[in-house]
Design a protein around this ligand. Structure first.
Ligand code: PEP
Ligand code: MN
Length: 358
């Protein structure tokens, strides 16, 4: 069975773990044994060629690290994956016996690089996982899948790792969840694996992003795992230990999109109740605007302006002061009052200046 089918039909989440970078033979072997034997991962990842933002950072051990990854996979029975960024990487990874190839975010943006890698892998049946491009362009992401499919590589999965933005207060790469959802809509046969490590850039935030991915029914997770995260040669702030990985996975609540007919009929009842209340809300709003119109008549007859700022400020203040007792946020109360006020002014304007269009 294809890897992508196994990811879709197997138990959620399908977990890929391992270090950001393969640093030493021992580090790769240790982490692989830990994540395999504590039962948390189904695949080992390790970067051997690292696309770094600035040239003086550690750029990976390169081809010499491939046997470390392959041997760790053999020792534990886990399939292995590395990132390739050009034709030579693809050929070397294949030759070394890596099981699955992944395309990094900085490569997906470049159709020439994607095409070159697709051509280099053509004729094999190696599974390929494609990270989203760094920019939020779902067409470009889809185009990369099409380039692989066109050369006969059809065992394809997606990795959602978020999108670059300047100076985000919380995330390293913003998730823009609507984009992977759009990919799913267009290419439903492609499983989506969320990479919370590169989205958050911060191990403290991994859990909430993993939970969100599960609640959106993503099929898998790719989580950077290192024996000693603080000392990692790349992405130190976002990596977790094998125990940390296990704890995250154990904490996840897995919900399902399906529900029984019992639940469906209860859901329908509650939705009917909500509709009745909404009907009342709209009848009330309509009644409220009729009253605004009578105010408009009175103001017209007495030549008073529509807006009495102080009166309006008091009205809003009163509702805001009570927002807690309504169990509504102040923000919502403010937005609702502003919307009602705007509509009321529109009604009064029509009454006071009858020749003007509404
Ligand atoms: C990585 O997985 O270590 C990596 C370089 O990721 P990305 O391509 O998402 O930046
Ligand atoms: Mn990384």
């Amino acid at each position: 069975m294809k890897l992508s089918e196994r990811i879709i039909t197997g138990n959620r989440p399908y977990v890929i773990a391992g270090p950001c970078s393969a640093e030493t033979e021992g580090q790769v072997m240790n982490v692989c044994k830990d994540i395999a034997f504590n039962g948390s991962a189904q695949m080992l990842r390790a970067g051997v060629w690292k696309p770094r933002t600035r040239p003086d950072s550690f750029e990976g051990v390169g081809v010499n690290a491939l046997p470390w990854v392959v041997n760790a996979g053999k020792e534990t029975g886990l399939p292995t994956t590395v990132e390739v960024a050009n034709k030579l990487h693809a050929e070397q990874a294949l030759k070394a016996g890596i099981d699955v190839i992944w395309i990094g975010a900085r490569t997906t943006v470049n159709p020439f690089a994607v095409q070159e890698i697709a051509d280099a892998l053509s004729g094999t049946d190696i599974p390929v996982m494609i990270k989203n491009p760094v920019n939020p362009d779902v067409q470009l992401w889809m185009g990369a899948f099409e380039r692989f499919a066109k050369v006969g590589l059809t065992d394809l999965s997606a990795i959602h790792r978020g999108f670059s933005v300047y100076n985000h207060p919380k995330y390293r790469n913003v998730p823009n969840w609507e984009l992977p959802i759009l990919l799913k809509e267009n290419m439903p046969e492609i499983p989506i694996i969320c990479d919370p490590s590169h989205i958050t850039g911060n191990r403290e935030l991994l859990f909430e992003v993993c939970q969100k991915a599960m609640d959106l029914n993503f099929e898998g997770l790719m989580i950077e795992t290192h024996p000693n995260p603080e000392k990692a040669w790349s992405d130190a702030a976002q990596q977790v230990t094998p125990d940390g990985l296990k704890a995250i996975l154990n904490g996840l609540v897995l919900r399902t999109p399906e529900f029984s007919t019992d639940v469906a009929s209860r859901l329908e009842e509650i939705r009917a109740e909500i509709k009745t209340v909404d009907d009342r809300l709209f009848d009330l709003l309509s009644e409220r605007m009729l009253i605004s119109e009578s105010v408009g008549v009175l103001k017209r007859e007495n030549n008073i302006t529509i807006l009495q700022q102080e009166h309006w400020s008091n009205l809003i203040q009163n509702r805001l002061d009570n927002s807690e007792s309504y169990n509504l946020t102040r923000k919502f109360v403010r937005q609702l009052m502003d919307a009602i006020h705007q509509e009321s002014i529109r009604h009064q304007t029509a009454i006071m200046n009858p020749s003007k269009k509404k």
